[in-house]
Design a protein around this ligand. Structure first.
Ligand code: C5P
Length: 282
């Protein structure tokens, strides 16, 4: 069975505080976008979990989020299952786009189907959270408010359909380091409640006005200023870093503006994608 694994962007990301377990309590508005990996899962009889990937550099072992998702699923379902998981990668990794989490979410969805376990999305989210903080969102998808460490999810009205330019500078960002840097900085916090109010009302202008990502204050991405300048010159409605970076996204109402921005940004970084917001992911 095959499923798409969609990338996400953070329209809003605030760190509210550090928890006793070292993780951080977050307030995030996340959005699915059409850039996607393709995940194929085939049952096998020998009880092994094997990973295949078409992109070099992706670990095809127990470190892969898809492997972890299958392992935790079988443990939870008390099934002695075996699978071959093939990953067709399009979402860049270490990019702030939840590429690994999207793959894990798709694996959980597929396993729930092919083993007829009938787990609710809530249950799949609990399993997914063991794999990574963004996995629960990647199970639900669309436009969501995600809180605590990522496992408390509320669906929001779908964001206005727009084109999304994703520009990924070359140098990856270490997420644990980004959190550590945030811990040791004095951070200006964006207005969570105003943002939520705009989301609930479907006020796109307000959403763009109150959007924010605190990681922009602590994660240095040298290309960010120039990318934002070009997106702005091409009529983007919002331009911001996603997650802990380094990807910078722009929302555009018109396709020709998105394409024109993307073409110009290719002079700064080579990984540039034009995608769209999406609401239904599975
Ligand atoms: O769960 P995920 O793989 O996205 O997390 C990567 C790292 O980011 C964690 O090991 C942790 O250091 C940090 N993190 C955090 N608080 C969160 C999410 C992630 O401190 N809510």
């Amino acid at each position: 069975m095959t499923a798409n694994a969609y990338a996400k962007i953070n329209i809003f990301l605030d760190i509210l505080g550090k928890l006793d377990n070292g993780y951080h309590s977050l307030f995030m508005v996340m959005q699915s976008v059409s850039l996607r990996d393709k995940i194929t899962v085939i049952k096998r009889d020998d009880g092994k979990i094997l990973i295949e990937c078409d992109t070099p550099g992706v670990p095809c072992n127990e470190k892969n989020t898809a492997y972890k998702a299958a392992k935790y699923f079988f443990e939870e379902a008390k099934i002695k299952g075996g699978v071959t998981i093939s990953i067709e990668k399009n979402i860049p990794h270490e990019a702030g786009l939840a590429g690994g989490s999207a793959d894990a979410a798709a694996v959980l969805k597929i396993l729930n189907e092919i083993y007829e376990t009938n787990f609710s999305d809530e249950k799949l989210c609990q399993i997914g959270l063991k794999v990574g903080s963004d996995v629960p969102f990647c199970i639900v998808g669309g436009t969501c408010l995600c809180q605590n460490t990522g496992g408390v999810i509320s669906k929001l009205p779908p964001l206005k359909e727009c084109f999304v330019v994703l520009a990924k500078p070359e140098k990856g960002v270490s997420t644990p380091q980004a959190y550590a840097d945030a811990d040791s900085a004095y951070i200006y916090h964006p207005d969570c409640l105003r943002m939520l109010d705009c989301c609930e009302k479907g006020d796109f202008e307000g959403i763009c006005k109150y959007a924010g990502n605190v990681f922009e204050q602590v994660v240095e991405v040298p290309e960010r200023v120039e990318i934002k300048k070009i997106m702005g010159e091409n009529n983007c409605s919002l331009c911001q870093m996603s997650g802990s970076g380094p990807t910078v996204f722009g929302l555009f109402e018109k396709e020709e503006d998105a394409n024109s921005a993307a073409e110009k940004i290719k002079n700064i970084c080579k990984d540039v994608y034009v995608s769209k917001t999406i609401d239904k992911i599975f």
